[in-house]
Design a binder for this molecule. Sequence first.
Ligand code: ADP
Length: 293
Amino acid sequence: MSDLDAIAAQLAASPGISLDAESARPVGGGCINAAWHLSGAGSGIFLKTNAPSLLPMFQAEAAGLTELGAAGSLRVPRPLATGVTDASAWIAMEWIEQGEGSAEEELGAGLAEQHRKTAGRFGWDRDNTIGSSPQRNDPSADWPDFFARHRLGFQLDLARQNGWGGTLTDAGGELCQRLPDFFSDYRPAPSLLHGDLWAGNRGVDSEGHPFLFDPAVYYGDREADIAMTELFGGFGADFYAAYGEAWPLDSGYQVRRLLYNLYHILNHLNLFGTGYLGRAQGMVDRLLAETRG
Ligand code: ADP
């Protein structure tokens, strides 16, 4: 039996799932996993596979989709099941047929509404991944401490282990210590974040409504999601206008944007290598200069 047949057999045994196991068609466009469309009830099933050891990554993705879906602000695929065979871990979710347009305005207003969903503390009730890197979410009442420890500090430690210690470790450590300086007159709420909001993780369904997928959910400063939309581009003026109309950003965002995107650049350094080292170091230097006034 091929691995895909083994997964299809497990899926078919899950309650409430019907599928045509012969229909698997590969889907491109992802960064991390192999992906497939399987025909079945309704529009069918979207299946992603990776190494068996990555089952917790898919379980966390399913939990993140459930959390975002429960907020009811923006469409996300409904997770169906996760599992593991001898050769692969897998996640199955509702297939969303993609349509035309970009639905910028609806996405901006919907994201602001999603960010209004808050929790008692920053973090989440489980860890997950950002790309394929671990992401720690230990709940905390202190946002600068959370971001210094579990976001920048965690990636800086990984970078050191990967051979990019020295200046980056020293300057990055100093930045982590100074993090409260960026929050002297700004107290963010723990907002429900998508967590990996680049243009490659948004789509438009066949009815023209926006949807989000592939999240790295946690509760944090909403500015972190907005910052990431700006890191690689692909979000239009109407998106920012609709978001800002629903919930204006604090003026200090212009500086903190760099802080929040440093996390993703450090993650890219750790995932993809040296090409990101100069950019990471430059961002740390600029942020340190900000704190020195
Ligand atoms: P990866 O985890 O490898 O980055 P993604 O979750 O980003 O993979 O999905 C890969 C591609 O599959 C996306 O670029 C998107 O076009 C498409 N896709 C994602 N989720 C769905 C879905 N539920 N239904 C249909 N297509 C999807």
